[in-house]
Design a protein around this ligand. Structure first.
Ligand code: 13P
Length: 342
C-alpha cells in the first residue's frame, strides 16, 4: 500500500508538472462566473470544466492531477464521456476535495475550523471507486494581529483535523494534499506571514507525526510567504522566494516528495514568477510546483465568458498559463516566454 501511495505522490509532483485546482465549491464557482457574466448552472459548470480537461496539450504536458468538486467527479461531458475519463485519458490523475468547508470556530472570534471528518472514511471509499487517487483538505488561517488572530486553539484544532483527514486518506489508498492556508488578506507585513506560517507548519507536521502519517505518501500545499494585500510594504520576488524557501526548509521534512503551492489571490504572473525564483535558488530536498486555482483559471475564464465560440481561445489561455507554470517549476521561466501570445 505504501509503495502505491508514494508512486502517486511522486507522479503528482513530476518534473515540469503541477496540479490544476478546479474544485471550487458551488458558492465559489458562482462568484467566478458572476465576474464573467455567466449563470452558474450545472451545464455551464460542466461546459467550462470540460473545456479545461479537453485542453490536450496542457493536460498531457503540464497538469499532473486535477482537484475536482463532488459534482464534477460524477459529471459526464456533453458526449457522455465521464469527466474523470477525460482526465485519465490525458494521463493526468483525478483528485477530490473532501472537506466540508471552513466554519466559525466556537470561542475563537474571527477564526474558522474546517469540517468534514464524520463519515469521511466511507466517502473516500466511494471516491476511490469513482477514480480519485488523491484528495484535498484546506484549513484556513487568517491573520489579524490586533485581535490576537490566529490563536493557538485554532491552529491546533485545524492541524489536528488535517492530520485526521490525512490518516483516513492513506488508509483508503488516497494521497492526501495537506493544505494549511495562511491568508494574504489584511495589512500585516511579510515577517508576520513568516512567523504565522512557521507556527502553522510546525504544528501541522507534529500532528501528522502523531497520526502516523507516511510523509512519503503526501503532498503539502502551503501559501507562499507574502505581505498582506493591504500592507503598505510589498515585497520583491526575491524576498518572497528567499523567505518561503527558508520557512519550508525549517519546517518540512525532506522525505516529503513535493510541495505544491496555492496561489491565494496572487496575480497569474506573480504566482509564476515566485515559483520560478524559488526553484532557481536550487538545492532543495523536495520538488516545488503549483496547485493553482485562480492563477491557472483567471485567464481562461475571462477568454471563455460562457460563449461556445470562445472555447478555443479559452483553451489557448489555459495552455499558456499551464506552460508558464511548468517552466517555473523547472526554474526555466523567462519574461520573453511569458510574452509569447497565448
Ligand atoms: P488558489 O490557487 O486560487 O488559491 O486555489 C487553490 C486552492 O485549491 C485553494 O484551496
Amino acid at each position: 500500500m505504501s509503495a502505491e501511495l508514494d508512486a502517486i505522490a511522486q507522479k503528482m509532483v513530476a518534473d515540469g508538472k503541477g496540479i490544476l485546482a478546479a474544485d471550487e465549491s458551488s458558492s465559489t464557482i458562482k462568484k467566478r462566473f458572476d465576474a464573467i457574466g455567466v449563470e452558474s448552472t450545472e451545464d455551464n459548470r460542466r461546459d467550462y470544466r470540460e473545456l479545461l480537461f479537453r485542453s490536450t496539450e496542457a493536460m498531457k504536458e503540464y497538469i499532473s492531477g486535477v482537484i475536482l468538486f463532488d459534482e464534477t467527479i460524477r459529471q459526464k461531458a456533453k458526449d457522455g464521456t465521464p469527466l474523470v475519463q477525460l482526465i485519465t485519458d490525458a494521463g493526468s490523475i483525478p483528485g477530490i476535495k473532501v472537506d466540508a468547508g471552513a466554519k466559525p470556530q466556537p470561542f475563537c472570534p474571527g477564526e474558522t475550523i474546517t469540517e468534514g471528518l464524520d463519515g469521511l472514511g466511507g466517502r473516500l471509499k466511494e471516491y476511490y471507486d469513482l477514480g480519485a487517487r488523491f484528495a484535498k483538505w484546506r484549513a484556513v488561517i487568517d491573520i489579524d494581529t490586533a485581535a490576537a488572530v490566529p490563536s493557538y486553539t485554532s491552529i491546533r484544532a485545524n492541524a489536528h483535523a488535517l492530520a485526521r483527514y490525512a490518516a483516513l486518506c492513506q488508509e483508503a489508498k488516497i494521497v492526501p494534499i495537506v493544505e494549511p492556508e495562511v491568508l494574504m488578506d489584511g495589512s500585516h507585513d511579510i515577517d508576520t506571514c513568516y512567523r504565522v506560517t512557521e507556527w502553522v507548519l510546525k504544528t501541522v507536521f507534529e500532528e501528522l507525526y502523531y497520526q502516523r502519517i507516511r510523509l512519503e505518501g503526501m503532498v503539502l500545499k502551503p501559501n507562499m510567504i507574502v505581505p498582506g494585500k493591504k500592507s503598505p510594504k510589498q515585497a520583491s520576488v526575491e524576498e518572497v522566494a528567499e523567505k518561503t524557501v527558508r520557512v519550508l526548509k525549517s519546517c518540512v521534512p525532506s522525505v516529503v516528495p513535493g510541495i505544491a503551492f496555492l496561489s491565494g489571490g496572487q496575480s497569474d504572473e506573480e504566482a509564476t514568477a515566485h515559483l520560478d525564483a524559488m526553484v532557481k535558488l536550487g538545492g532543495l530536498p523536495w520538488k516545488l510546483t503549483y496547485s493553482y486555482g485562480r492563477a491557472l483559471q483567471a485567464a481562461p475564464q475571462k477568454a471563455w465568458s460562457g460563449k461556445a465560440e470562445n472555447v478555443a481561445a479559452a483553451q489557448a489561455a489555459f495552455t499558456h498559463r499551464a506552460r508558464m507554470n511548468s517552466l517555473a517549476a523547472l526554474g526555466q521561466w523567462t519574461s520573453s516566454e511569458e510574452k509569447k501570445a497565448a
